[in-house]
Design a protein around this ligand. Sequence first.
Ligand code: URA
Length: 261
Amino acid sequence: MKTLDRVLSKMGLGSRTEARSWIGEGRVRVNGKVVRTPDAWVNLERDKVSFDGKPLQAAQPVYVLLYKPKGYVTTYKDPDGRPTVYDLLTGLAAFVGTVGRLDLDTSGLLLLTNDHALADRMTSPEYHVEKEYLLKASLLLTEEQLDEMRQSSAGVKKVERVRDSEKYSHVRVVLTEGKNRQVRKMVEDVGAIVLKLVRVRIGPLVIGDLPIGKYRLLTVKEVQQLKVLTKLDADQQSKRKLRLHQGNRALLGRSSRRKRP
Ligand code: URA
């Protein structure tokens, strides 16, 4: 269960403040009825939420991998009128929310889906999904500076020098917890700035031959890999088993009741 404003912002529609004002304007419906209370509780597994008449959930789950160029914001609508990642998703029938965010000046892989359960797990620190970045720092970084970056927080899995050019270090960073602007802050904390940042991997998903600015749908195998990684397949199977078990018990209960005189 989440509050309505949080659902809209988690889906990548905009900030919670924007969501609250859209809800107040009556643009959001839950199960067909306009709801003007941002703090109303909704359960996306049960409730149907729509925004400006467009359902936030489709019957079929859709999983999209976008190679975001720099200069695009990771939100549905930008109050400053900048291009958004949704401008690149032409031809998609379902509304998909962003799974995490990339800064305006970061390029690389962005996952979008209407599968809320998977999206929640992919961004939860509990499942340790790796995100790999390549960065160009504004100067040559020493081993001590790289060590400082390694020890900066628990979610830093790897910091590795890829190569040095005459004036700049190129570094690979793998995180399992992505806080806001985390890579940039790590580099700033050791006295440099990030000149270029690309997210090259999310769990098993890599850029491959996806052209920049384009998207593709995940394959069935990739979706399955993500579900295994986030233990969603096991949990969904045990829920199914539990429902079956409860259903059987209810049937047995009914039949045994019927048998009694
Ligand atoms: N870390 C950052 O600093 N920026 C991003 O876009 C992603 C991770």
